[in-house]
Every structure is written in C-alpha cells, then in structure tokens.
Design a protein. Structure first.
Length: 410
C-alpha cells in the first residue's frame, strides 16, 4: 500500500513537472510570435485602446468626448484650439470616427479621428498637446483596360462590364461636344484605359481618371487622350489623335438636369409674379441638392442672396463672358475665388422667386444678357504647334494600349 502511494505521488509529480514544462514552452512560443503591428492614421494602434463608431443622430463632438471621459472644461478648450482646422458643427450623420485611448486605468482619450471621406481624415489630438490637422490615407493607383458594346445605353454597357457607374459620367463629360448620347446605336462600342484608386493597396476608393479612350459611334472612331498642355498650371484636358481639343470653352449645361423647364425668351408669363415679362435665362429643372457646375474657368465676382434671385453665384470668365446661377439651396464658393470648368459652385434649390427646384442659368456677352444656345461659343485652347511633337510622343503608348484591347460582341 505504501509502495502504491509512493508511485502515485511520483506520477503526480512527473505530470505536474511535464505540465509546467509544457506551459513554459507555450509561453516561449507566444513570446516568439508577438501581435502584428497595426498602423493606421499615422498611429500605431497597438499602443492604444481603439474605439470605432459612427456619428449618430443627436451626437455632437463635445458629447462624444464627454461620454469617453473628457471633462466639459477640456472639451471647451479643445474646441477653441482646433476650430480653424476642425469645425465640430460640421460633423455629418453616418460618418465614421475613431477614438484612441491611453492604455491605463483611466483610458484617457488621446486622439479623435474624423473620417471626412474614404481617403481624407482629420486628427484632433486631445491629450497634453492639443492640435488638429488634415491628412490622407495612402492611395495606390492601378490601371485597367476594358471595352464595352452598346446594346441599349451607355450606362447599361458600363454596368454589364461591372464598372463603376462614374465611368458613364466621365465618358459623357469627355465626349459631350462630339457624341449625342441620346442617339447612340446598337453596336456602338468603346475602349478605355483608366486609373482606379485603392486605399492601402486593397480597398477600392473609386475612379481617378480616364487616361485614354476611343468611342466608335456610327462606325467613326472618336479618340480622347488626357494631357496637360500647360506645364505651368498642370491643368489636364482631353484632345483627339490630331491634338485637337475635345472640350469647348463652355459646358453645354451647368448641371445634370432632367429637363429645360423654361428657355430664354423676350416675353414669358412669370409663374410667381403673375405677369408677362422677359426671361433672360435658361431654367434647368433638377432634384433639390443637385450639384451646379461653373460652365467655364473664371473668378467668382458675386456669391450672395437677393429676394428675387435667392442664393446665387456670378462668375466672370474673361473680358467677354460672364455667367450667373440662381435659386440655389446652398452656395459652395466665395467672392474672389477662382473656379475651373466643372467645379461645384452650389446646389439646386428653390430660393427667391421660384416655384420648384431648378437653376436659372444666365449668360452675358460684353455686358448684355444673351441666349447661350444661340451663341457661336469658342472651343477650348488648342495645343500649341511647338508642343505637338511632345503630345504625339506622349499618346503613342496609350494609343498602342487601346489597340491591344479587343472589342466584345453583343
């Protein structure tokens, strides 16, 4: 009996020693394989307690910080210090944010990170050194080459190829002076070389630009190459295979509109004032909030409000041409600001004397209001002859790339 007890004790001791050795081996393995270092927003997240959330209904910047242990007094101090970079009043419902907390018993917030969009974010340091700055996530550009064939519409062809819907918008902008997209025919086709954006090399973030395209409409090819003809400004524009500009000095319309609700007329019955008067503008009906674009490069000479015009913006393009955009729900530019063709300057509304959401587009030639549809408008600036050899050399590999892409059958 004593011998049996001795054996059991020895077995227990041996088993215990084996478990201790095994635990030590496991500990060694764990130590040899530390947690991977996670870098995001310029911080090493392993050093913090990370809280991820989105702006919810009723949230405010102050309340979010207070709920995470920041005092009312410190919140006031932070807001005052960073308001020129980060305006807490402009946080948007549904936008994601991250709070980085210290790894201590108090878990004091050290940084608040607001994601403005997929790429841009704002960091508010809430610790000892209060500061704010804007930054961008690392973006990789990847090139793609595709083709498509029209069976019903351009948007349908783009969707059939699994492409981002913005491709339709980009192509419409490029070819708006060359091709009537309401008259496309079955069998019309296109090839594209374009760039896409990826965050951290993996997360898709949309279209960067179309580098080259050829659209075959009614069996005629229309080439387009994106090129900076002015090395000083770096402004890009589209030109064809002969170095001719595809763009006009003016856009055909200041927005994506559903219909023209009222044209320029010397005599029109005003729906609000209930009397006959001249209508020296073109009304484009569109949903409330639709972006309004400047139809050409220029300088904003007025961004204001009057009882009749509502919110409006006026842009001087050169010594000859000026345009004005009325009844906006919101203005997006300030007086004195330079704008480029296609820049968003406001949003469709019904402010002033308006019965529904639209933009009244007014067009001046040498100080006199004119009907833009009756003007012989200038084209964009051509490439100078001395720069054409450089242009042709630049587009040669892109043209060859387009040539390698095969059209698909319907």
């Amino acid at each position: 009996m004593k011998r049996l007890s001795y054996l059991l004790v020895m077995m227990w001791a041996f088993t215990s020693c084996s478990d201790e050795v095994r635990q030590a081996e496991i500990a060694e393995v764990i130590e040899e394989e530390p947690a991977p270092v996670v870098q995001e927003f310029g911080f090493t997240l392993n050093d913090y307690v990370v809280v991820r959330d989105t702006i919810r209904s009723g949230d405010s910047f102050g309340n979010i910080l207070i709920n995470h242990g920041v005092s009312h007094g410190d919140v006031f101090k932070i807001v005052q210090e960073v308001k020129d970079i980060f305006d807490p009043r402009k946080i948007v419902l549904g936008k994601p944010y991250v709070i980085l907390k210290a790894k201590d018993s108090a878990q004091t917030p050290k940084a608040f990170i607001y994601e403005n969009d997929k790429i841009q974010y704002t960091v508010v340091n809430t610790g000892d050194s209060i500061a704010a700055y804007k930054a961008e996530k690392p973006v990789t550009i990847k090139q793609r080459a595709v083709s498509g064939v029209i069976s019903s519409s351009l948007s349908a062809a783009v969707e059939e190829e699994g492409l981002n819907f913005l491709i339709t918008h980009e192509m419409s902008n490029i070819y708006q002076w060359s091709i009537d997209f309401f008259r496309l025919q079955k069998g019309d086709k296109f090839k594209l070389v374009f760039n896409e954006k990826y965050i951290n090399d993996t997360i898709y973030a949309g279209i960067d630009n179309i580098e080259a395209a050829v659209f075959v409409h009614q069996e005629k090819p229309y080439y387009a190459f994106n090129y900076a003809s002015d090395s000083t400004s770096g402004d890009l524009a589209y030109y064809d295979e002969e170095a001719r500009p595809l763009q006009s000095f003016f856009l055909k319309a200041p927005l994506n509109y559903s219909r023209i609700s009222s044209r320029f007329s010397p005599r029109r019955y005003h729906p609000v004032q209930k009397r006959w008067k001249a209508h020296k503008g073109t009304d484009y009906a569109a949903p409330h909030g639709t972006p309004i674009w400047s139809t050409a490069n220029g300088v904003v000479i007025a961004s204001s409000y009057t009882a009749g015009n509502g919110n409006y913006v006026k842009v001087k393009h050169n010594g000859t041409y000026t345009t004005q955009y009325l009844h906006m729900s919101k203005r997006a530019v300030k007086q004195g600001q330079r704008v480029k063709q296609g820049d968003v300057i406001g949003y469709v509304g019904s402010t002033g004397l308006a019965t529904g959401p639209h933009v009244c587009y007014r067009f001046w030639v040498n100080g006199e209001q004119r009907d833009p549809f009756r003007q012989n408008l200038p084209s964009a600036e051509p490439i100078e002859d001395k720069l054409k050899p450089t242009y042709f050399a630049a587009i040669e590999p892109l043209k060859a790339e387009l040539g390698k892409i095969e059209f698909k059958n319907i």
